[in-house]
Design a protein around this ligand. Structure first.
Ligand code: NAD
Ligand code: USQ
Length: 406
């Protein structure tokens, strides 16, 4: 298949592009490299030394003889270019990763909120409008988030996208139907993924677009089978307070002797998936597209759930790291349970990689190898969800939270 990987220079997109190319697909990366600019804005860099996208694709060609094509396109701003690209290349499938994906970045200031909404919603809508206009019947696979469901505890499993409900009619009869699971995003970033869901629902129903939306949990790990093949194929690895995600952050903090930054009691339970399984899920989703006229297909792309404090304790046991219990800069439930259905991928052949000591140690080893690249002053999470929360956290000169003051 000819596959367009939108956002293919990023943490999930790059290993996916390699995986699909390895399977013989004709892969085209479309990316505006905004993530590399955000690194510059924040004064951070990937823990792993990432070459330019052109150099990465050159190495891949040298190693495998396969070409991955790169196109510098802003999906949110260059609508006419997106449309022209689609008309000219006519991809069979599109994998859409190209959004601003950090919740803390989206909550940094009003400017970051506006950027995140404009970028994410426009990127998704431009793509949908261009597909309709060009009449291209590509299967669109979008990377959404488990965060659209929210994390309230009601003791029932979260289904895959749709909730069966019974609605009482005026005559007292109960009519059954399935509705999109009520969305309850916890950040501006997560909210954009909730808005994406509505865009998909409309275009699947109105224009018969074939869409799969993957509600992915937190991705951990760094290497996949393909990124291991050459030092310069290495994946990006974010550790900073905005883009680093919780488990990868704990592993790198352990490697550099930085106390593990647990927010609040660490009672937050979240869904996780290893990067190798993430790329495999995309392969499985691409292999089984919905038909035109079908509703949006939704899979929960996660393999296990963990409580933040349990992860911290596990990493501490494995590495001898200390744990710092910090005031929470986010507005979120301090404790929650999370039960998630993920039958869609299990029945299609996913064999989950779960949190094994070997894989955790591999990340710590990568972190130790590149520890010299870490700027310790960028590890603290400084983005607060409200002005009130920001005012209540006392910090040291490097931005490290010390305690909450009332
Ligand atoms: P990332 O920031 O590493 O990569 C995103 C890529 O998209 C970057 O290369 C960026 O330059 C590009 N991009 C952003 N806006 C663009 C635009 N307007 N035009 C063209 N390119 C644009 O993020 P990631 O971790 O690889 O996440 C990829 C997707 O998966 C995101 O949509 C994210 O919401 C979703 N996701 C990620 C995780 C995770 O833990 N990393 C978990 C669940 C879902
Ligand atoms: N947390 C800590 N300490 C840290 C960092 C985070 O305790 O140093 C806590 C947070 O307060 C939160 C939980 O860990 O309760 C998860 O935070 P995270 O930064 O790992 O994940 P999140 O902000 O939800 O976002 C990440 C990705 C996003 C994706 C989402 C999937 O950045 O793109 O959509 O995971 S999910 O969490 O399932 O919604």
């Amino acid at each position: 298949m000819k596959i367009a990987v939108l956002g293919g220079d990023g943490f999930c997109g790059w290993p996916t592009a390699l995986h699909l190319s390895d399977q013989g697909h004709d892969v085209h990366i479309l990316d505006n490299l905004s993530r590399r600019w955000i690194d510059t804005e924040l004064g951070v860099q990937s823990l792993t030394p990432m070459d330019s996208i052109q150099e990465r694709t050159r190495i891949w060609h040298k190693e495998t003889g396969r070409r991955i094509h790169f196109h510098l396109i802003d999906l949110a701003k260059d609508y006419e270019i997106v449309k022209r690209w689609m008309a000219e290349h006519r991809p069979d499938a599109i994998v859409h990763f190209a959004e601003q994906r950090a919740a803390p970045y989206s909550m940094k200031s009003d400017r970051h909120k506006v950027y995140t909404v404009n970028n994410n919603v426009s990127a998704t809508h431009n793509l949908l409008a261009a597909l309709v206009e060009t009449g291209i019947d590509a299967h669109l696979v979008h990377l959404g988030t488990m965060g659209v469901y929210g994390y309230s505890t009601i003791g029932a499993a979260i289904p895959e996208g749709y909730l069966p409900v019974g609605i009482e009619t005026l005559s007292g009869e109960v009519k059954e139907q399935e509705i999109l699971y009520p969305t309850r995003p916890g950040s501006v970033y997560h909210m954009t993924k909730s808005l994406d869901q509505i865009l998909f629902q409309f275009y699947a129903q109105n224009d018969g677009l074939r869409i799969t939306d993957l509600h992915q949990g937190i991705v951990w790990g760094t290497h996949t089978e393909q990124t291991r093949r050459h030092d310069q194929l290495v994946n990006r690895f974010d550790y900073d307070g905005d883009y680093g995600t919780v488990l990868n952050r704990f592993l790198i903090q352990a490697a550099i002797g930085y106390p593990l930054t647990v927010h609040g009691t660490g009672g937050q339970t979240r869904a996780f998936i290893h990067i190798q399984d993430s790329v495999r899920c995309i392969e499985l989703a691409l292999g089984d597209p919905p038909k035109a006229g079908e509703r949006v297909r939704i899979f929960n792309q996660m393999t296990e759930t963990h409580r933040v404090r349990d992860l911290a304790e596990l990493v501490a046991k494995l590495t001898g790291a200390q744990i710092a219990w910090l005031p929470n800069p986010r507005k979120e439930a301090p404790e929650n349970d999370l039960i998630v259905r993920n039958d869609g991928f299990l029945t299609r052949g996913l064999e989950p990689i779960t949190l094994a000591e070997g894989l955790l140690s591999e990340v710590v080893d990568v972190a130790k190898k590149f520890a010299y690249r870490v700027d310790r002053s960028r590890v603290a999470a400084v983005s607060a969800w409200t002005k009130d929360i920001a005012g209540r956290i006392e910090r040291d000169p490097e931005g490290r939270a010390l305690k909450s003051v009332s």
